[in-house]
Design a protein around this ligand. Structure first.
Ligand SMILES: *Cc1c(COP(=O)(O)O)cnc(C)c1O
Ligand code: SF4
Length: 529
């Protein structure tokens, strides 16, 4: 039918939707009110335009919309306002005739417009409140520049220091005293940072610190970078260190047959308070020796099932360009390796790191075999003109940039914050890939956890409201990445969930965040006087 010429369809017959529409317009029911002359005049004008217009559908659409609103608002039929029914029938046929897809006026005005109206209603509030509840780094840029000036002065950093990765690392804020120089911190917090320092090393790049908005109690940047007393006070489940049960070879983590990770360093430009690898980063910085790289590569060379290798850390970009090039080159040389990924948060913590030499290395490797870049952005406040520029460049030299966000309390556990994050990621050349439920493994950040159900409601709220390819997959990490669709959550036992691994049907117990804890004041709220 679609391929046939219009002539073969009998356009003189109104379709079912038109018939229904006419029935509606001509039904005499309810109370009739006087139709203002102005409304009637408008109908007549649109009718005249419809008659004379040979190429446009719009006059007919406006004509019928007007008739519908007169029926809706005043209970008046076209007959009541002296409009000829045959004229209207002809206009309906003409509309269908002009429209490429033979859409009838009944379908367009009665159904399609209603669908769009209802759709718009679903995002109305989001569009109104998004700037207020989830301001981006672009919107806050003037304030960020002011913060930058203050920080540079306090730390004695030159512009050159600021604009270089080396400078950002050299001047990183690692103590409560330094922190107090650049932002107002309550005395109680300073004491707590000292109390926490034996479980968590603080390191905040001056650039990332400039994204902290003064006077916002639980600022999303502050929450991710500055430790609070919660980190030692949380009661949690003590478990074996993360790697012992899934590291078949030196530096390697493996759960899956076709993809594995090389943890090439434990260094990061900054330490995140919610880091899953908190146990690794919290000791001392290390870069692996050549021996360990060789052993890891040998493991990969021998296992021909492996096709995808993820270089992570810590942060892959904490490695020198030379080391990254070496690893990519060696992987590209292995026949059964078909694709690679680099995992790094550095483009948002110290975007200065994305230099031309690094981009060239990516480009060269990506030419050989696809290279994806995996990052972690949790809040739109982390997205600035500077980070966007880095991602734009990275996008030209990689096959995809993927984001793995973590649901974090106060940071993104709200549907509009998450919608905005996913849309902004796409605007920055990044594809939202995963959305993790923050793990139970580390009691240090239990206060940042969001119950599985809350996260699921947020993820489900995205369907039908934002672009499909900006909706991430929702997962828990528990011996592999387990989807948190309703089907995979077998049951709930108190605060524990029983999850099912799709690849083996194995059931695992997953302690959920407690709803009671979730609703209590947390982190910086506790320092308010
Ligand atoms: C996350 C992860 C991967 C990659 O998983 P994808 O679902 O392919 O993104 C591979 N190996 C380990 C050990 C991981 O933790
Ligand atoms: S960048 Fe990644 S590995 Fe490093 S501290 Fe943050 S979450 Fe942990």
């Amino acid at each position: 039918m679609q391929c046939e010429a219009n002539g073969s369809i009998d356009l003189n017959v109104l379709d079912k939707l038109d018939v229904k529409f006419f029935d509606y317009l001509y039904t005499k029911d309810g109370e009739k009110k006087v139709v203002p002359q102005k409304e009637i005049d408008e109908v007549k004008e649109w009718l005249e335009l419809s008659k004379t217009s040979q190429k446009l559908t719009n006059p007919m659409v406006e004509l019928f919309k007007k008739l519908k609103s007169i029926k809706d608002d005043f209970g008046a039929t076209p007959e009541d306002i002296n409009i000829d029914k045959d004229d209207l029938r002809l206009m309906a046929i003409k509309h269908k005739n002009i429209d490429e897809h033979n859409v009838s006026i009944g379908g367009r005005v009665m159904i399609s417009h209603k669908i769009v109206q209802e759709a718009n209603a679903r995002v109305e509030k989001y569009l109104k409140v998004r700037e207020e509840i989830a301001p981006t780094g672009y919107e806050l840029w003037d304030k960020i520049l002011k913060n930058r000036a203050k920080i540079q002065k306090a730390l004695g950093m030159s512009d050159k220091d600021w604009d270089s990765y080396g400078g950002q690392i050299k001047y990183a804020i690692t103590s409560a005293e330094e922190l107090a120089k650049i932002i107002d911190v309550p005395k109680k917090l300073i004491d707590d940072i000292q109390r926490v320092s034996h479980v968590f090393r603080m390191r905040i790049s001056p650039y990332y610190a400039s994204l902290i908005m003064p006077n916002v109690v639980n600022d999303p940047i502050l929450l991710q970078s500055v430790p609070t007393g919660d980190m030692v006070d949380n009661k949690g489940i003590e478990l074996e260190p993360v790697a012992s049960d899934h590291s078949p070879a030196r530096l390697i983590d493996q759960f899956y047959p076709r993809v594995l990770t090389i943890k090439a360093t434990n260094m990061c430009a900054m330490f995140c308070t919610h880091c899953l690898r908190i146990a690794h980063i919290s000791a001392k910085d290390w870069v692996s020796s050549n021996n360990s790289y060789e052993e890891a590569l040998n493991y990969i060379r021998k296992d021909t099932n492996i096709r995808d290798v993820l270089i992570t850390g810590g942060d892959a970009l904490a490695l020198s360009n030379k080391k990254i090039k070496y690893l990519l080159d060696e992987l590209d040389k292995i026949d059964h390796i078909e694709t690679k990924r680099l995992g790094s948060r550095i483009p948002i913590m110290t975007p200065q790191r994305i230099n031309q030499e690094f981009l060239d290395i990516c480009e060269e490797s990506n030419e050989k075999k696809p290279l994806r870049f995996v990052t972690q952005i949790n809040s739109v406040q982390e997205m600035t003109p500077v980070s966007k520029e880095s991602f734009k460049k990275l996008n030209r030299v990689t096959s995809a940039i993927l984001n793995q966000a973590v649901f974090l309390r106060g940071i993104n556990d709200n549907k509009y914050k998450m919608w905005r994050l996913c849309e902004e990621l796409q605007n920055s050349y990044i594809r939202p890939y995963y959305l993790f439920n923050c793990s139970f493994r580390n009691p240090e950040f239990a206060h940042l956890r969001v119950p599985v159900e809350i996260g699921r409601d947020i993820v489900e709220s995205m369907y039908g409201n934002i672009s499909g390819d900006s909706i991430p997959r929702y997962l828990a990490t528990a011996g592999g990445k387990i989807p948190l669709h309703r089907d995979n959550v077998v049951k709930k036992e108190g605060d524990d969930l029983i999850l099912k691994k799709p690849w083996s049907n194995e059931e695992v117990r997953y302690p959920d965040a407690s709803m009671e804890e979730y609703n209590k004041p947390f982190s910086f709220e506790k320092y308010k006087d």
